[in-house]
Design a protein. Structure first.
Length: 423
C-alpha cells in the first residue's frame, strides 16, 4: 500500500476534502436541529417525522442518476460550488419556516441541490488521486466525514439547548459558503464527456443506464449494492424515530442524549476509518455481513434499555451508538472503496449517481414503512423489528458469502483524467 504522506502533498485533494469537512460539519448541525425542531418544538408524530426524513432524501431518488450524468458532462468543481451556494440560501430559509409544510418544501429543495454534490465529489476524487493512493484517499475522506459527525452533534446540541435551533441553521449556511470558497482552489476538469448536438432527455436516460450497466459488469460490487440497499431499507425503518423513542424516557433531555449518542456513532465510524488506512480489504461481503449483524444487535438493545435507571441509559446509549458506528463503517466505507477501485474515472459520476438513486430509494421505502409501523405499533416495536431484520440480513450474508462472491474488484481505467475512454 502506498505511503499516505504522498497523498497529503496533493493540494487539490486537500482543498477538496477540506471543503467536504466543512460541508459535512454543517450537515450534522442541520440534521439534529431539524429533528429537534420537528420532533420536540413542534411535537410531531412518528409519521410526520418519517415525512421529514423523506423530504430530506426523497429528491435524490429522481435526481441522483441525472446529477451523475451532469457530473460526467460538466465541470465537477462548478457543480459543487453551485450546490453549496444554493444550499446556503435554502438553509437560511429554514429560520423563517412557520410550520412543517413550509419546512418540508425547503428540505426538498436542499436535498435536490445536494444531489449534485456527491457524484461530483466522488468523481473528483478519482480524477485527482492516482490509483496507488485511492484507498488512503477514500479512508481519509471517511475519517473527515465521520469526524464532522462527532463534532457537529456536540456543537448542535449545545446551540439547540442554549441558543435555540435557529442558530444551528445560520451556522450551517455559513459552512456551505466556506465550502464553496475552498472549492475555488480545486482545479477544473481537464476533459469532459463528449456532448453531441441534439442531446435529448432520451440520451440522458441512456447515459444514466450506463451507470447501472458498469455496475452489473462487476458482480461483487453489484451484489454488494443490493445488500447495501436492503440494509439501508431496514435501518431507515427507525432512523427518523430516535426523537420519538427518547421522548419515552422520563427525566432525560432528548436533544442532549441524542447529540452525545450521534457523536459516539461518529467516533465509531472514525475509528473504523482510521483502521482502514492501515489495512487492505481482502473481501467486501464479510464486512457487509458482519456490519449488519452487529448493527442489528445494537438496535435491538436500545428500546430494551429505555426503562433502566437514568445513569445506565446515559452509559448504554453512547456505547451502543459507538458500536453501531463501527458496524456502519464496516458497511459503507469498504463498499465505497470497492466502487472507487472498480469504476473507470469517466464513469464515476454516472455510477455514483446510480448508487445514490438506488440507496436513496431503499431509504425512502424504509422511512415510509417505519413511519407507518411506528405510528401503528410504537417506536419500541419499530426498533425491535428493524434490529431483528438486520441480524437476519447479516447472518444470511455471512453464511452465503461464498455463493454471492462471483468476481473480484479490479481498478480498470486507472487514468485520472475525466472523460478519457479506457483501452
Amino acid at each position: 500500500m502506498a505511503d499516505a504522506r504522498g497523498l497529503l502533498k496533493n493540494k487539490s485533494y486537500l482543498y477538496l476534502i477540506s471543503s467536504q469537512a466543512v460541508s459535512s460539519l454543517g450537515d450534522w448541525l442541520d440534521m439534529l436541529a431539524i429533528f429537534a425542531l420537528v420532533g420536540l418544538k413542534w411535537e410531531a408524530g412518528s409519521f410526520e417525522m418519517a415525512m421529514t426524513g423523506m423530504a430530506m432524501f426523497a429528491p435524490m431518488i429522481v435526481l441522483s442518476p441525472f446529477c451523475g450524468v451532469l457530473a460526467d458532462r460538466y465541470d465537477r468543481k462548478k457543480l459543487m460550488i453551485f450546490s453549496d451556494v444554493i444550499r446556503a440560501a435554502v438553509v437560511v430559509g429554514f429560520v423563517f419556516a412557520p410550520s412543517l409544510p413550509y419546512l418540508l418544501v425547503l428540505l426538498v429543495m436542499k436535498s435536490g441541490f445536494g444531489a449534485l454534490f456527491d457524484p461530483a465529489k466522488n468523481g473528483k476524487i478519482k480524477e485527482i488521486v492516482d490509483g496507488d493512493h485511492m484507498q488512503q484517499a477514500v479512508s481519509i475522506s471517511g475519517i473527515i466525514e465521520n469526524g464532522s459527525k462527532i463534532i457537529g452533534p456536540v456543537i448542535s446540541g449545545i446551540l439547540v439547548s442554549t441558543a435555540g435551533v435557529y442558530w444551528a441553521f445560520y451556522l450551517d449556511a455559513l459552512t456551505f459558503v466556506v465550502s464553496a470558497l475552498l472549492l475555488i482552489k480545486v482545479p477544473k476538469s481537464k476533459f469532459l464527456m463528449e456532448k453531441h448536438e441534439g442531446d435529448t432527455g432520451f440520451m440522458l436516460w441512456k447515459q444514466m443506464k450506463e451507470g447501472l450497466f458498469v455496475l452489473q459488469k462487476t458482480k461483487l460490487v453489484f451484489t454488494g449494492l443490493w445488500i447495501l440497499c436492503l440494509t439501508l431499507l431496514v435501518i431507515q425503518i427507525i432512523d427518523t424515530q430516535l426523537m420519538i423513542l427518547l421522548r419515552e424516557i422520563e427525566n432525560v433531555n432528548p436533544v442532549s442524549l441524542s447529540g452525545i449518542a450521534i457523536a459516539a456513532n461518529g467516533i465509531g465510524m472514525l475509528v473504523f476509518s482510521i483502521f482502514l488506512t492501515r489495512l487492505k480489504i481482502p473481501a467486501l461481503l464479510p464486512y457487509l455481513g458482519m456490519g449488519a449483524l452487529i448493527l442489528g444487535i445494537c438496535i435491538v438493545t436500545m428500546p430494551l434499555s429505555i426503562h433502566l435507571p437514568i445513569t445506565v441509559i446515559w452509559i448504554m446509549f453512547p456505547i451502543g451508538f459507538f458500536l453501531s458506528g463501527i458496524a456502519a463503517g464496516a458497511i459503507f466505507i469498504p463498499f465505497q472503496l470497492s466502487v472507487q477501485k472498480a469504476v473507470p474515472v469517466e464513469y464515476t459520476g454516472r455510477v455514483f449517481g446510480t448508487i445514490d438513486g438506488m440507496t436513496t430509494l431503499a431509504a425512502l421505502i424504509g422511512m415510509v414503512g417505519g413511519g407507518i409501523l411506528a405510528e401503528r405499533f410504537g417506536a419500541v416495536f419499530a426498533y425491535l423489528f428493524s434490529g431483528t431484520l438486520l441480524i437476519a440480513v447479516g447472518t444470511i450474508t455471512m453464511l452465503a458469502k461464498n455463493r454471492l462472491e462471483g468476481g473480484k474488484v479490479s481498478a480498470k481505467g486507472e487514468r485520472n483524467v475525466q472523460g478519457e475512454t479506457p483501452a
